[in-house]
Design a protein around this ligand. Sequence first.
Ligand SMILES: Nc1ncnc2c1ncn2[C@@H]1O[C@H](COP(=O)(O)OP(=O)(O)OP(=O)(O)O)[C@@H](O)[C@H]1O
Ligand SMILES: [Mg+2]
Length: 231
Amino acid sequence: MLEIANLNQYYGESHTLWDIHLNLPKGVCTCLMGRNGAGKTTLLKSLMGLHPIKTGQVNFDGTDITHIPTYRKVRLGIGYVPQGREIFSQLTVEENLRLGLTVQNQWHKEIPDKIYDLFPDLKKMLNRRGGNLSGGQQQQLSIARALVANPKFLILDEPTEGIQPNIVHQIGEVIEYLCKKAEMTILLVEQKLAFARRTAQHFCIMDKGYMVAADRIDALDDQLIQKHLRV
Ligand SMILES: Nc1ncnc2c1ncn2[C@@H]1O[C@H](COP(=O)(O)OP(=O)(O)OP(=O)(O)O)[C@@H](O)[C@H]1O
Ligand SMILES: [Mg+2]
């Protein structure tokens, strides 16, 4: 589904990602792990075209997407839920959701009912401003906004960061549903081991800008955790 080869990335002179290789199989949820500053968000922004790729190649469903602009990646079926949610606080919940339609040039359509089936709380808050939602509700809105564009491949950057436990649980259920029932391919950045083990079938680990491990989730053992994840 998604293949990354030889990807290198820089902030100015600072070499941040080193020769990244990664294959994400279709219909699988892969958890990308790594300590703070390892390069996880930089990799995701590079995939989305928010940080233009210096060297290397990214293929999505057989298409070379290395240098195409972000909006075209979304139209090809890549959804992105950024770290820190980035919803529009002055817009209502409904307006935030409609932005997901705009990017697909479908602004005249209605928000699909399946969005509200996944996030029933949002339906009750359509006229509320994004900035007046709790952190957990904003995260749900950010995920829902990405789903409105009907992605085949969904990227989520730490969707459970700083969120109350009941909503973390709901978000876990949504990710499991998307992957197992809706056959979506998912790349999830997550620091909580228990959540990663419950939600993902594969994992990969970044350490200081390198991809140092990638395997099935049951191969994530204490040695790897100690070496690359413990702080
Ligand atoms: N805009 C930027 N300009 C310069 N350096 C940056 C920028 N953004 C990130 N970095 C640096 O790049 C490295 C990777 O950062 P990145 O945000 O990708 O890490 P991360 O794994 O997502 O961390 P976290 O778990 O804290 O979200 C870090 O050393 C960080 O300080
Ligand atoms: Mg990050």
